[in-house]
Structure formats: C-alpha cells, structure tokens
Design a binder for this molecule. Structure first.
Ligand SMILES: CC(C)(COP(=O)(O)OP(=O)(O)OC[C@H]1O[C@@H](n2cnc3c(N)ncnc32)[C@H](O)[C@@H]1OP(=O)(O)O)[C@@H](O)C(=O)NCCC(=O)NCCS
Length: 157
C-alpha cells in the first residue's frame, strides 16, 4: 500500500502548497489551501500539513519530489477532527488520499488526549465517503443540510 510523509508548512514549501489544486468539479468539497493556512494561522488548535510520497522520509524533498496533498486536523475537547483532506488533481487515484488518512489516524491515536476521531463530508462526495468508511469511519452524531459527520469506530480506552 502507498505510504506518505507529512511535513509542516514552512517558507520553502508554502508556495507549492497554495498552488495545489483539485479538479474544478471538486472545488465545492474542500477549501483552497490558502484559506486553510490562513485559518490555521488564526487558530492554534488547527494543525496543517503538506503530504509527500513516503520516499522522502528522512530527507528534504527535492524538485523530483512533488507535494501531493494537504491535510489539516483540529484538536479540541478530546476530539481529533480532520477538517481538510486534499490530494492534488494530478496525484489523485494513486492511493495518496487513503495513505494520508492512515497516517493522520496513526498520529491521532497516539495522542493520549484524543478520545474521538471524526470528520465531515459533503453529501455528494461519494469518493471521500467511501475512503473514510473503508478505513473504519461510521455515522457520527451530526448532520446538516450540506454535509454529514463520521466518527472512527475506535475505543481508545
Ligand atoms: C477524496 C480524495 C482526497 C481522495 O484521494 P485519492 O488520493 O484520489 O484517493 P485514493 O487514491 O487513496 O483512493 C481511495 C479510493 O477511492 C477510489 N477513487 C479515487 N478517486 C476516484 C474517482 N475519481 N472515482 C472513483 N473512485 C475513486 C480509489 O479507487 C480507492 O478505492 P479502493 O480503496 O477501493 O481501491 C481526492 O479525490 C480529493 O482531494 N478530492 C477533492 C477534495 C475532497 O473531496 N476532499 C475530501 C473532503 S471530505
């Protein structure tokens, strides 16, 4: 299975991050990275990361190691909530989205304060919904007119 390495946003990778785009018909499913980074700057409970293929593990990415995606989670009141998952249009359908979620779940499960791992999905976003359910997410407790909530079927205790 594909594996990824997550890296923090810094002055070197920032431009590549904000240029990363989804397909036009996916733009309703996720905010642009520029907006997400602005949100994270204003909210210390948000943790944004850029995503690379795992072959960069232990190294700085070179020009041959494109950034493939972006992910952000929030940690608040014992909940690790994945607020963004974006794989660049050119890198989709190669296993990176699933591998990114596997890595985020691995990280969140290691944090002693996390009791609940959740996310939300737009109702018509069938690809993301299937990806989450395949990884063990089940229906969460909230529903609004645009999106629904999922929680990982996981008991930390
Ligand atoms: C949803 C998204 C993150 C998935 O990432 P990805 O890297 O393309 O997904 P993966 O390659 O890991 O594939 C995961 C599964 O989805 C399937 N899949 C991926 N793209 C697909 C497509 N366009 N149509 C149908 N199935 C697709 C894969 O076949 C795979 O299925 P499998 O596990 O049964 O083999 C990516 O499409 C994306 O960034 N979309 C726009 C933003 C978005 O919707 N974010 C989620 C917000 S909740």
């Amino acid at each position: 299975m594909k594996k990824v390495t997550l890296r923090q946003i810094n002055k070197t990778n920032f431009s590549e991050c904000i240029k990363l785009k989804v397909a036009p018909n996916q733009e309703n499913f996720v905010a642009p990275n520029l907006f997400s980074l602005a949100q994270a700057k204003a909210n210390p409970l948000l943790f944004p990361f850029v995503v690379y293929d795992d072959k960069i593990r232990g190294f700085e990415p070179t020009e041959n190691d494109p950034m493939v995606g972006f992910v952000m989670y929030q940690i608040m009141d014992g909940v690790g909530f994945v607020t963004r998952l974006l794989i660049g249009e050119k890198f989709q359908n190669q296993g990176y989205g699933k591998a990114t979620m596997v890595e985020v779940i691995r990280r969140l499960k290691m944090m002693p304060e996390i009791e609940y791992i959740g996310t939300s999905v737009a109702k018509e976003n069938k690809v993301a919904e299937k990806l989450y359910r395949d990884l063990g997410f089940i229906d969460g407790d909230k529903l609004d007119e645009r999106e629904f909530y999922l929680k990982l079927n996981w008991d930390p205790k």
